[in-house]
Design a protein around this ligand. Sequence first.
Ligand SMILES: [Ca+2]
Length: 93
Amino acid sequence: MSGVQNAMSLLISSFHKYSGKEGDKYTLSKTELKELLQNELGDLLGKATDKAAVDKIFQDLDSNKDNTVDFKEFVTLVACLTVMCNDFFIKKK
Ligand SMILES: [Ca+2]
């Protein structure tokens, strides 16, 4: 598999690893989102994984306001973080 396809596949499997823990198997509850942020993005987000920050991220991501974060809503976070990382990479070069 190519690098990009591999990254896509990892994103999908990582999402489902957390979304399958409680409630709807295909969406993230706030608890599941918090666990995902802490375990998978803790290095990047640091303090953004405390309770108030998780509440804010959850509300921002839940664009259709159904009180869960689906895959489409989750990838917007990953896309934003990826763009930020790329900007950082370019400035460092
Ligand atoms: Ca939602």
